[in-house]
Design a protein around this ligand. Structure first.
Ligand code: FEO
Length: 435
């Protein structure tokens, strides 16, 4: 595949995979992207999943057509991109391997060698000339692992963005970018919003014409569309107004209440209502919906003096991905001692900027007049935004301090003097306050 006069696609499509990263369904497969830059010196950008090593090596050989290979640039060490490095080193023993120091430490763990004799260690601001092309390296810790670097080819104005701007789905299947890119981003990188914001600030200073990610298509037009979505997702702002109802139901009574709430929401003028049955849907799609829309209703039963397992797991998926800046409402069902609302609410204790709806719905086995009235009140509240107007609590000033080495952002009134960056382990002295 042609990218520019000197850059070609040499990646592979995977239609055999059942679960990406061992947990995400990928009905349209997966692409492991790799690229080759043909200049006075030649460079391959990343390797591929271990099931496709030979296909990838064949792709490289076809492009080289007998020429020498000088460099393999390793931007990310997760095995979907790194698994073929060892075989590459055997096939091209003279090629140097270009990566961050953290990546070489990971190679030692994965392969038993850090390729000491082949190492070219790069860091923020490092450059590598291939002749006409100059590669500029940008650290991107936690997008999606700590060793990640991105590479900007200032000659062709191409950003090799590692996992950022990637999506689920093989390249030989046509589908909408945003849907599977959002599910991928929220599921896999969603926890690291501040680190993505740091990289977006670096990218804003570059003149980029093409984005070559490690998954998904090469982005060549209207790049502001993709960058804007990444800005929304990584700052935890809702992308759209709408209500997501995520529920579990054992004998159908909670489901019946959920369907009635959906009708009430629509009757009150809420145009977008999305319903997910957590026992049956793709959990990553439900998590994506919760991050996409502005309001979330959680409906479940009390179960073993706790909440139904699918709901507990769903809320864990949200909170561990820094779910914030949303309105959350609760519906509980319990036949003798309902505690679900109390437990669900407590699970958001450490979440930032969550507004709880004033109205909750308490069902004792099945809807009755009282719980139906609660349900109507909740629908009205969610459609008028009454909660946001009444529940806002005065917030202390939040300042932002950025690690000048790795881009990690600390948020708080003050940066503690003894603060240690959780990514690069350096102290408060390397942090600078940002807007
Ligand atoms: Fe596509 Fe984080 O690996």
């Amino acid at each position: 595949m042609y990218i520019t006069d000197d850059i070609r696609y040499i990646g592979v499509n995977d239609h055999e995979i059942d679960l990406f990263e061992g947990q995400y369904v990928v009905p349209n497969g997966m692409a492991y992207n790799s690229y080759i830059i043909m200049d006075e010196k030649t460079a391959v950008m990343d390797s591929v999943d271990g099931n496709f090593t030979q296909e990838w090596l064949d792709n490289i050989a076809a492009q080289l057509d007998g020429r020498k290979l000088d460099y393999l640039v390793v931007q990310h060490m997760e095995p979907d991109h790194s698994a073929s490095i060892f075989d590459f080193a055997k096939a091209y023993p003279e090629a140097k391997i270009v990566a961050s120091s953290k990546a070489f430490a990971m190679m030692k763990n994965f392969f038993g060698t850090d390729f000491a004799e082949k190492q070219v260690v790069v860091n923020e601001g490092s450059r590598l000339s291939l002749g006409r092309h100059e590669l500029n390296f940008i650290t991107a810790p936690m997008v999606h692992w700590p060793e990640v670097i991105m590479t900007y080819d200032s000659t062709d104005k191409v950003l090799f963005s590692a996992d950022a701007f990637g999506k689920f789905g093989a390249l030989d299947v046509e589908e909408d970018w945003a849907c599977e890119a959002r599910r991928y981003y929220i599921g896999i990188v969603g926890k690291y919003g501040s680190q993505v914001q740091a990289v977006l600030r670096k990218a804003a200073k570059l003149d980029i014409e093409k984005i070559c990610a490690l998954h998904g298509p090469v982005l060549t037009e209207n790049l502001s569309y993709y960058i804007n979505l990444y800005d929304i997702w990584s700052s935890y702002r809702p992308e759209e107004e709408g209500v997501v109802i995520a529920y579990t139901s054992i004998y159908g009574n909670t489901k019946k209440a959920v369907m009635q709430l959906a009708e009430e929401l629509k009757a009150n003028g809420c145009e977008k209502v999305v319903i997910n049955d957590l026992a049956r849907c793709d959990w990553a799609e439900a998590v994506e919906d919760a991050f996409r829309y502005s309001k979330l209703v959680l409906a479940t039963t009390t179960y073993n003096a706790d909440i139904f397992p699918f709901m507990r797991q769903f809320i864990d998926h949200l909170t561990e991905r820094s779910f914030s800046n949303r309105t959350v409402a609760f519906m509980e069902n319990g036949s003798w001692a309902p505690v679900a609302t109390k437990i669900m609410k407590s699970m958001f204790e450490k979440s930032k900027d969550i507004t709880f709806a004033e109205n909750t719905v308490k069902i004792m086995s099945a809807l009755n007049d009282e719980s139906t009235a609660q349900l109507k009140a909740l629908a009205k509240e969610l459609c008028t935004g009454a909660a946001e107007e009444t529940e806002e609590e005065p917030k202390g000033e939040t300042r932002r301090f950025e690690c000048s080495v790795c881009g990690y952002i600390y948020e708080g009134a003050e940066l503690p003097e003894d603060f240690i960056c959780p990514i690069c382990q350096l102290g408060a002295e390397v942090f600078e306050e940002i807007e």
